[in-house]
Design a protein around this ligand. Structure first.
Ligand code: ASP
Length: 436
């Protein structure tokens, strides 16, 4: 089984981290395709090499003297090379980079050198072939990632490769210039390579042992999630859990390849498995809790609303006209509430209200601000009796007033609306009910 392994910036921030990574790769002969990020932070106040590159290039772009900036970047790599005891010099590479910076070749090129150089070192350290991402990861004329072209280039190029290092984060445009993904984009490269080589698994190595059941800033030391489906993950990330980028899930999801989130600093931890489907029950009935603050509910009332054809559409059209997308729309017999993001709604409040009045002619419109939405997500909820009851009893016991309830039709999630000040207590209450 082929494995694609992607290592994040903190996993490759220093020679000490590189050694851990080397040990992980050598521990399993199936770990044949390696996607490195640029060196990240070694400690909290440290600066990522990608940010150093952005800064250095901005100095170059303004015709400033960037010698010092480039020297500091070089020092990060030299520490890694000497710490690993490699007989390797980046003299030539840095001469090319310096010249390209002087020629103002572009911000994306500048940022991409973080991964490129780390890839060079990694390839030397492991004795794996270096395959430049510019060769196989492609964007179209509009700068949109060209997934199918890339996929065939990746499979062709890597077909005959026993082992290779492919730097993350960037690819190339039809004219050959370098283009990067958005920040954190090495995750995407890893997923692309996994799909291209038809890997059995995509291991994403970072500095945490997988996803946590909820936000550690709200609940102290939450348990981690063993197995999560792509669909659950999407629900949670949509609701604010900071997990993988949607774009980084797409290629592997499409190919049905599981992702395993692992911790470079604790390789013995199994981490989190992200899968398409699973019969594995989650230990706690629920898989995760996530939420976001800052919503407004606009409630529209009208007598006999339920029998008026097109009423809901007219209300939603008022939001659409002003480019506001709605998150949820719970309804009663003669009322209908539309949940939207407060920051998007506030500047256009009066226009939207006027439009609703004009188009739907309701009896009353009320606006409820500073609301939070909390998603309780879990494939296990469908088969477990009383889950909703447990959620609401725990909230009642915590004296949280529930303003809205919405259960997804797939029965994999329950969305709860509460006042912003009740957000944290509500998340804690639900967590305690299911986990503690
Ligand atoms: N090095 C890039 C960044 O800092 C990409 C990545 O790490 O995935 O955003």
């Amino acid at each position: 089984m082929k494995k694609v392994v992607k290592f994040g910036g903190s996993s490759l921030a220093s020679s000490a981290q590189f050694k851990k990574v080397g040990a992980i790769i050598r521990a399993d002969v199936n770990r044949r395709f390696v996607v490195p990020s640029a060196p990240g932070k070694r400690f909290r106040e440290d600066v990522k090499v990608t940010d150093m590159l952005y800064h250095c290039y901005s100095v170059a772009e303004q015709d400033g003297d960037f010698t010092e900036e480039l020297k500091n970047i070089r020092a990060r790599y030299d520490e890694i090379i000497s710490g690993l005891g490699l007989d390797f010099s980046l003299d030539e590479e840095f001469a090319v980079i310096e010249q390209n910076f002087r020629d103002k070749i572009g911000t994306d090129y500048a940022a991409s050198r973080g991964e490129y150089l780390n890839g060079k070192i990694m390839s030397g350290y492991l004795g794996f072939e270096f395959v430049d991402a510019a060769e196989i990861v492609r964007f179209d004329e509009d700068g949109v990632f060209d997934s199918e072209k890339t996929n065939s280039l990746v499979s062709d190029r890597l077909a005959g490769c026993e082992c290779a290092v492919i730097p993350g984060f960037y690819g190339s445009m039809p004219d050959g210039s370098i283009k990067t993904f958005s920040r954190g984009g090495s995750d995407i490269t890893g997923a692309i390579i996994a799909r291209g080589v038809r890997a059995g698994i995509y291991e994403n190595w970072t500095d945490v042992s997988g996803f946590l059941l909820t936000d550690p800033r709200i609940v102290k030391n939450p348990v981690s999630i063993n197995t999560i489906t792509y669909r659950e993950l999407r629900e949670l990330s949509y609701m604010g859990a900071s997990v993988l980028h949607d774009a980084s899930i797409f290629p592997v999801r499409k190919a049905g390849i599981p992702i395993n989130i692992r911790n470079t600093n604790k390789p013995e931890d199994p981490g989190t498995m992200i899968v398409k489907t699973t019969g594995a029950k989650s230990k706690y009935t629920i898989t995760g809790i996530a939420g976001r603050k800052g919503f407004v509910a606009i409630t529209v009332e009208k007598d006999m609303m339920n029998s008026e054809v097109g009423f809901g559409r007219k209300v939603l059209e008022a939001f659409e006209q002003y480019g506001i997308s709605f998150e949820h729309m719970p309804s009663g017999i003669d009322t209908l509430s539309v949940f939207v993001e407060q920051s998007a709604f506030e500047p256009k409040e009066q226009e939207v209200i006027a439009a609703i009045n004009r188009m739907a002619q309701p009896d009353v419109i009320t606006i409820d601000t500073d609301l939070s939405l909390i998603a309780v997500v879990g494939r296990g909820m469908r088969d477990a009796r009383g889950t909703a009851g447990r959620v609401f009893t725990s909230l009642a016991n915590a004296r949280v007033n529930v303003r809205m309830i919405d259960q997804g039709s797939d029965e994999e999630n329950i969305i709860i609306g509460v006042k912003d000040e009740d957000f944290e207590p509500a998340v804690r209450a639900i967590y305690d009910e299911f986990v503690r």
